[in-house]
Design a protein around this ligand. Structure first.
Ligand SMILES: Nc1ncnc2c1ncn2[C@@H]1O[C@H](COP(=O)(O)OP(=O)(O)O)[C@@H](O)[C@H]1O
Ligand SMILES: [Mg+2]
Length: 273
């Protein structure tokens, strides 16, 4: 059984973030253990991106405590955040590839910019290639973002998020704006990241199907693709958290999500077609 004895990777304890006296995160608490996933739902402006940025130390909490890798990082210095971020991978909402850099240089960027990793050049080239192969884009090294489709650019973003082999991955809306098939491909890659390296995964999404995939599929290393997970729920746990105006209004399993009485929460449980 994966789960309960595993160490805590990310925890918020009553975290509050205020902008202009307005709480955009209001006493938010949750905990993720190694290998678990968090599906973060909530309408636009509910605080999802602020939550991720707080976990990255890019936005400072006004109250409460944040724990990363089992340590209280609430009062971490910039240098300590720098080191912490070297252990985290992130795909920002905007995608954020640099148009003027080749795909190779885009993916290498986190290695270049995190001095604590101190990656020698050959090792860097190898890691970049491996990451791009992981997302099945090994042939695009020399290309530029403008030469790739939206789905391919998103995959490059995933390659860049995983290039440092992080223990914790944060994906802000990785499937937004993609057609359903490309979105499923992206989710399969995120599942692969979770299952191959037991990375702890936080994903912001508007698509309930994304969460369903995380819960119901696992990556089969011998087959090289995702397959339905055993129905006995022995896989890594997937938490569902719903934010509303900065407050957590739901925290539970997919099964609990599907029987939630709260209308705001129930609205996120949508079936395709
Ligand atoms: N840097 C900032 N300064 C002021 N307000 C902000 C800032 N970042 C986010 N907000 C506000 O915080 C709220 C939550 O934003 P955000 O987390 O981006 O929402 P979403 O759930 O859509 O990702 C919004 O009302 C937004 O306008
Ligand atoms: Mg957002």
């Amino acid at each position: 059984m994966a789960g309960t004895q595993d160490r805590s990777i990310l925890a918020f304890d009553e975290v509050t973030v205020r902008f202009d006296d307005r709480a955009v995160l209001d006493r938010v608490s949750f905990e993720l253990h190694r290998g678990e996933s968090l599906v973060l739902l909530g309408e636009a402006g509910s605080g999802k991106t602020v939550l991720l940025k707080s976990a990255l130390g890019l936005i400072k909490a006004d109250g409460g405590r944040i724990y990363l890798f089992g340590e209280d990082v609430t009062k971490a210095t910039e240098q300590q955040w720098y080191d912490l971020r070297a252990r985290m991978g992130v795909l920002f909402q905007e995608g954020g590839l640099f148009d003027s850099l080749s795909i190779e240089d885009n993916v290498a960027y986190p290695l270049l910019n995190q001095e604590t990793l101190r990656c020698p050049e050959e090792e860097m080239a190898r890691r970049v290639e491996q990451s791009l192969e992981f997302v099945e884009l090994g042939h695009t090294l020399e290309k530029f973002p403008s030469e790739l489709s939206g789905g391919m650019r998103r995959r490059v973003g995933i390659a860049r998020a995983i290039v440092t082999e992080p223990e914790l991955l944060l994906y802000d809306s990785p499937t937004a704006g993609l057609d359903p098939i490309t979105a499923a491909t992206i989710m399969a890659l995120i599942i692969k990241g979770r299952d191959v390296r037991r990375a702890t995964t936080v994903i912001v999404t508007h698509r309930y199907q994304d969460g369903e995939m995380l819960t119901r599929y696992r990556h089969d290393a011998s087959l090289g693709h995702v397959v339905p997970a055993a129905a006995n729920g022995s896989g890594p746990r997937t938490h569902y958290v719903v934010l509303r105006e900065g407050r957590i209004v739901f925290d539970g399993s997919q099964a609990e999500m599907e029987t939630a009485a709260d209308e705001y929460v129930a609205n996120f449980v949508r079936r395709p077609g």
